[in-house]
Design a protein around this ligand. Structure first.
Ligand SMILES: [Zn+2]
Ligand SMILES: [Zn+2]
Length: 139
């Protein structure tokens, strides 16, 4: 699905800026922060402001067109992959990895948490990624 269709299907009016921001998210599955998206797009879109990028990403998240991650306390990160998945933050290099596991949410749905209806689960893991472990080994 292209950026335009994703925005439409989530009731987000697809302006040129919004399409560009969604396209960037789709092409960069590294969970970029608003800052990163702004820096990358401001070269070709000089009228774009940091606030607009942040507000647009928040809008995507509110409409379910993107995920907003609060795994890193210094940054809010965004993800075009809205399927249920867990995230792993490397404390050394700050890279965020995807863990495609359904365990968390399905378990919660079954338990029906004291009568509450659970619809989302945000699972964050932190540690040292395999690349950083490899570097540690060779040093
Ligand atoms: Zn790492
Ligand atoms: Zn992700």
């Amino acid at each position: 699905m292209k950026a335009y269709d994703i925005l439409l299907s989530h009731q987000v009016k697809p302006s040129l800026q919004r399409i560009a921001i969604m396209e960037y998210l789709l092409e960069h599955r590294t969970h970029p922060s608003a800052e990163e998206v702004y820096l990358a797009l401001s070269e070709t879109m000089p009228t774009l402001s940091k606030t607009t990028v942040y507000n647009t990403l928040r809008l995507f998240a509110d409409h379910g067109a993107a995920l907003m991650l609060t795994i890193d306390d210094r940054n809010v990160n965004f993800d075009a992959d809205t399927s249920q998945h867990a995230h792993f933050l490397c404390k050394k290099c700050n890279k965020i990895y995807d863990f495609h596991t359904q365990i968390g949410l399905n378990k919660m749905k079954e338990l029906r948490m004291e009568g509450h209806q659970v619809e989302e689960a945000h699972t964050y893991y932190k540690g040292i990624c395999k690349d950083c472990l490899e570097i540690e080994k060779t040093n």
